[in-house]
Design a protein around this ligand. Structure first.
Ligand SMILES: NC(=O)c1ccc[n+]([C@@H]2O[C@H](COP(=O)([O-])OP(=O)(O)OC[C@H]3O[C@@H](n4cnc5c(N)ncnc54)[C@H](OP(=O)(O)O)[C@@H]3O)[C@@H](O)[C@H]2O)c1
Length: 238
């Protein structure tokens, strides 16, 4: 499968890209802004599995969709001809009390967590669902899951993840006749730098490698069983 994953330079995205590259039948386009960390990921994948099937691509997903960086992504997509899976995993978190949040803070959260995913989806859609059922997987959060426990300081982050979950449902309907499924995984706590920012003293019961195994399987198989679903994936609160 030809797979694009964003946020591949650290945490859950890094571990998921690595896991996906274990299968020689996959070709993984790994995106984030940090080129050096993506090169590390490629090195690790090549030395562990020796498939040479992971391509790092430095890109700010919030950037201008008609600009040069997105042009490089377009070239890779054109070369592949079909994209089978898109995992919108890149995300940012802000831990700040509501009254201290500025308009810039709100915009920043929505730009990364919602508009970034929209950009990737727009680029990939014309190349999905041609010969096999495509799958768009949006990585959401339990914070953005309706009815879940909420936490102080995470209003902008959680609201942006709720928007991503809602976008998932809307798109599943809009793309229903295009052989493409769209699902959202609402993650609970996974031990990463981002979790440390939100809950500095908390130790999550799940590692990024463990979560990566689930995400890799879901992204490559879930489209055959689910569409328009927001799947809560949580062992703990948070
Ligand atoms: N860890 C948890 O407990 C938890 C819980 C619920 C949901 N999640 C979600 O899971 C996803 C991964 O989180 P994580 O914990 O692995 O976080 P992380 O280690 O902070 O990773 C975030 C990734 O997003 C990338 N990124 C951020 N802004 C970007 C941009 N503008 N353009 C391209 N890439 C960008 C970062 O790379 P660069 O800085 O190199 O660009 C990094 O690779 C996020 O969407 C997060 O909201 C995590």
């Amino acid at each position: 499968m030809n797979i694009i994953i964003t946020g591949a330079s650290s945490g859950i995205g890094y571990a998921t890209a690595l896991q996906l590259s274990e299968n020689p039948a996959n070709y993984v386009l790994a995106i984030s802004r940090s080129e050096d960390k993506l090169q590390e990921l490629k090195k690790q994948s090549d030395s562990l599995y020796r498939h040479d099937n992971l391509l790092p691509l430095a890109l700010d997903i919030e950037g201008n969709i008609t600009g040069n960086d997105f042009g490089l992504l377009q070239k890779q997509i054109d070369k592949l001809g079909e994209i089978h899976v898109l995992i919108n995993n890149a995300g940012a978190l802000l831990n700040k009390p509501f009254l201290e949040l500025t308009d810039e803070d709100w915009l920043q959260m929505y730009q990364t967590n919602v508009l970034g995913a929209v950009h990737l989806i727009k680029k990939v859609l014309p190349f999905m669902g041609k010969t096999q059922r495509g799958h768009i997987v949006n990585i959401g959060s339990m914070g953005g899951y309706q009815g879940s426990s909420k936490f102080r300081g995470l209003a902008a982050y959680s609201a942006s993840k709720a928007a991503l979950a809602n976008l998932t449902e809307c798109l599943a309907e809009e793309l229903a006749e295009q052989n493409i499924a769209v699902n959202c995984l609402a993650l609970g706590a996974v031990q990463t730098e981002m979790l440390h920012k939100a809950f500095p003293t908390y130790q999550a019961p799940v590692s990024s490698q463990e979560m990566a195994q689930y995400i890799a399987f879901f992204a490559t198989h879930g489209q055959l069983f689910q569409n328009g679903k927001i799947v809560p994936l949580s062992l703990s609160t948070p």
